[in-house]
Design a protein around this ligand. Sequence first.
Ligand code: HEM
Length: 494
Amino acid sequence: LKSLFSFFSSSKTTKKNVSPGNLPPGPPTLPFIGNLHLLPKSMVDLRSVIYDLSHKYGPILTVYLGSEPLIFITSYTLAHQALVRHGAAFASRPAVVPVSAVLSNKRKDIGATPFGPTWKALRRNLISEVLHPTSLKSYSVERKRVLDSLIIGFHESSKLNQPVRLLDHIHHAVFSLFIRMAFGELSETQIKEVEEIQYQLLVAYEQFSVFGTWPRLGKLLLRNRWKKYLQFLKNQDDVILPLIRARKKLRQERGKAFELISYTDSLLDLKISEEKGNLEEADVLSLCSEFINAGADTSTTMLQWVLAYLVKHPRIQSKLFAEISEVVAKGAKEVEEDDLHKIPYLKAVVLESLRIHPPNTSLIPHTVMEDVELCGYTIPKDTTVNIVTALIGRDPNVWENPMEFRPERLLTGEDIGEEVSDVTAFKMMPFGAGRRMCPGNRLGLLLLQYLVSNLVWNFEFKTVDGEGVDLSEKEEFLVVMKNPVRAYISPRIK
Ligand code: HEM
């Protein structure tokens, strides 16, 4: 079965047998299957298929999965019109987002919940508690801990004088931050257990995706896979539920007096509404799981892409080091978070990486809540719309030589919108835009800038002779490096 079908489509959406009416154009369809035969197996390959189709049919097009029309948008201007100008209409999700149905086992999460009071309550809770600027500030202690562990790890590896696979250090450091933010202080063993189970689920996602789309049929035909999937979920319950219970108990004993609020704390206190009351334990689990995946997997992936570009382009790495040196006192061990905004080149390096390699090929599918006129076409109520961020960032009509890594383009104003400081205004949308825009965008950017600047301040990363840096992509849950970058690391003498 096409994994794409399971990613985009929803077996329960009401959009069946929609007449083409005034829908955007698209390739001719075959009976029963629509355009399914045109679609490749992976999201990375889908990007090229949609790219080719958009050349023929324009930046807004319709592809049929069976009888269900899916709209694809590949230009920044149209995406902006949809998500911002028609923001209210585009704020919902399909009835089932299989990706989430599988990962959260049909429990609650924010990303897949359709527009409504439950989504509002969950999103508001995330933004006003752990992601509130005050909480974010207090979590600087934890970010420093991540940095220290990375620096110690890199120092040790550098002594071996061997190439280092950067991901091996990054993964654990970044995951431990989000796991602690989710559950509070944990032992190293507990952190590793959560990291392992979350990672296993993400890597195995593709083989289980069929259960998100056709749960009944999948269960019937793929019994062994179904059993394996249930075992995965049980393992996740076994690892995570005790952590939630322990936190609950600790809160009762200490009367909620913690220096840092954890995401679990906020969820245990949350009432969705008077009638619905508090969340079930299982929902707290899936929301924490979403938090860890959404935060840690994206940040790990991006940190690796940014460092890969810096290894590949020593000139850019030296320029970044020089810019950091102008802001950081000589002999200082660390670039402080408060100083990051003084290094515009740093933000440009991070955003340029996000432009070429947004970790998600497309935004999470949106559905329209009413008929919407867009670009002269009518998108009927309940239709699923996919905004292909990976093509938006590489659109040659907007970005000159789009595959060239050139952070300077973001500083000169030649390619960016007017509001340089506002990431929503960038013509790349790595975090989406409008009501469903990623609520973790500030934390994501802060973490990336903090870690990249400090790693470059402390170490020089050099290519491995004869190996270079291979920028090929591979689809896991996100689009990651096919061959994780390896580099020689040497401490800088300052
Ligand atoms: C570099 C880091 C990150 C990137 C590139 C990223 C990207 C995205 C994208 C593209 C979306 C979909 C937006 C849409 O459908 O319109 C999204 C949604 C989301 N992200 Fe992030 N994200 C990052 C970090 C984070 C962090 C740190 C958190 C939480 C701590 C987070 C939590 C979420 C949640 C909960 C949603 C669902 C929002 C909703 O449906 O209302 N993300 N993210």
